[in-house]
Design a protein around this ligand. Structure first.
Ligand code: ZN
Length: 502
């Protein structure tokens, strides 16, 4: 049942965890440059295809498996709930085309741990796709770095960079458009350097350059006549008319601005909002022909029934639980199958300190076991985001459960009520180490640093309050070597090993 487990251990790791989620922006937006052979066939046969199919507005349902790719250590996965949000948003963008994506029943997700796939060059990407592509669906890989791009469509798979997959992105819709045969409106101009203040040449990279008068729209650029000429092969912002701020010159020196509303162009996410009618016709025809194996259902699948009925059962009402061994139990909504558990330090869940995804179709009551160290002696919050293969949009509001952590199996009062971490450890001589203490109660105590011969090298009195605090441990008086750090109080003694390096 367990599909994924992202251990984000103690609160002391929060800072590094947050920075790991921030990705640099890639040097290129889209890595798709190949021409679709199918599209050549389509343009040759478009009229016959239209005559055969007539006016067709039926909904086309397209299954996909999301491949979450992590590094060798099994970390770096794009979060499940963000992937669901990305598909949900993509469905809004494809609704005018009457195309809807859903997750392949029984195989919504796959997980792969390989650093050379997570952060790949073109060879690594090809290897990743060919080793893992599943039949009869769109295989959508989400990685850390797709060969320096935001994403690409290649070898009958789609690959997304997690850094370009945030809320409001149009990258997913753009790459899925490529997958269904669409070229860039500026097709031919990819990687071409040009001084746009001059009239464009007649040909670029062997392709005719599209003119404003429409005289060559069937043969130039993307060959769709309802997408205007576009030569801009870099990310560009739009003006208030959703056009390029830059004025372009066609080969006849007619001036125009690129259309920023098209998902298949390179305008910024907030400028793009549509596919053209001819683009939609090509994508739908592609689904009826080249990718007809995707069209497996003609009616919607069952969605979640009564998502609000998801009920948290345990732990709730500030119940005290063992900090590293917690069973999260809830009643599932009808037809639920995909659940994302989140644990937060605050009711806002900012930050979320732990997430776990579970795939559990057809179960009325679900139990998720958390055996990682949660912050001890803390009030914590948990919630469940529920989905199924069809219902990829999050239903809200979400119920929130409150619980308290303790070390119930600790032998002394201190073990049960206090957690402490020493970092950095080893520590360089002369640098302060820090003792991070999380306590359930106020406490007077003493910190001792003892060398391996039993000699007390340093001691200090401490007042510990009933919360989290950081206590500096100076090492200036300590020569390099190993020490025992003791926290002594009338409630007992806790120890940590401390190593001082040169
Ligand atoms: Zn592209």
């Amino acid at each position: 049942m367990l599909l994924k487990n992202i251990p984000l251990v103690a609160l002391f790791l929060l800072v590094s965890m947050q920075s790991a989620l921030t990705q640099g922006y890639p040097e290129k937006w889209c890595g798709t440059t190949e021409k679709s052979a199918w599209l050549d066939w389509y343009f040759e046969n478009r009229n016959a295809l239209h005559a055969q199919r007539g006016a067709d507005t039926s909904w086309l349902y397209v299954p996909m498996t999301i491949h979450f790719v992590g590094n060798d250590a099994g970390t770096g996965y794009f979060p499940t709930d963000q992937a669901m949000r990305a598909v949900c948003e993509m469905n809004e963008k494809y609704a005018p085309a009457h195309i809807r994506y859903y997750l392949f029943p029984g195989e919504p997700f796959a997980y792969h741990n390989k650093t050379s796939w997570y952060d790949h060059d073109w060879n690594g990407g090809s290897e990743m796709i060919n080793a893992n592509r599943l039949p009869d669906r769109i295989n959508n890989f989400v990685v850390g770095n797709p060969a320096g791009n935001c994403g690409y469509s290649w070898q009958d798979a789609v690959v997304m960079g997690r850094g370009c997959s945030g809320a409001g992105n149009s990258t997913w819709s753009h790459e899925f458009g490529h997958h269904l045969s669409l070229p860039h409106p500026f097709f031919g101009w990819e990687d071409f350097t040009w001084d746009y203040s001059k009239p464009a040449p007649e040909k670029v990279n062997g392709r005719l350059v599209e003119k404003m008068d429409g005289s060559n729209c069937h043969n130039a650029g993307d060959r769709f006549c309802d997408t205007r000429p576009d030569y801009l092969n870099y990310r560009w912002t739009c003006n208030s008319n959703f056009e390029s701020t830059l004025l372009l010159h066609d080969p006849n020196d007619s001036t125009f601005r690129s259309d920023a509303t098209l998902f298949m162009g390179y305008s910024l996410d907030e400028c793009a909002s549509r596919f053209s009618d001819e683009q939609i016709d090509a994508m739908r025809t592609n689904l009826y022909t080249e990718h007809s194996n995707y069209l497996q259902i003609t009616d919607p699948l069952d969605g979640l029934s009564n998502a609000q009925s998801l009920q948290l059962l345990s732990p709730i009402d500030t119940q005290v639980v063992q900090y590293n061994n917690i069973n999260m139990v809830f009643n599932a909504p009808g037809n639920g199958s995909i659940y994302v558990l989140e644990i937060g330090l605050l009711e806002s869940f900012v930050p979320t300190i732990y997430t776990q995804t579970v795939y559990a179709p057809d179960q009325a009551q679900i139990s998720i076991h958390v055996d990682k160290n949660m912050p001890n002696n803390r009030r914590l919050y948990w919630r469940i985001k529920a989905y199924n293969e069809w219902d990829v949009c999050l239903a809200s509001p979400l119920a929130v459960g409150v619980f308290k952590t303790q070390n119930l199996s600790g032998t002394s009062w201190l073990d049960r009520n206090l957690q402490f971490e020493l970092m950095p450890n080893p520590v360089a001589e002369g640098t302060n180490a820090q003792l991070l203490v999380s306590a359930a109660n106020k406490l007077d105590g003493k910190i001792l640093v003892i060398d391996l011969a039993g000699k007390i090298c340093m001691q200090m009195n401490v007042d510990i309050s009933a919360s989290e605090q950081t206590i500096d441990i100076p090492t200036a008086q300590l020569s390099p070597g190993a020490y025992i750090l003791q926290l002594q109080s009338d409630k007992g003694i806790l120890t940590k090993r401390l190593v001082v390096t040169q």
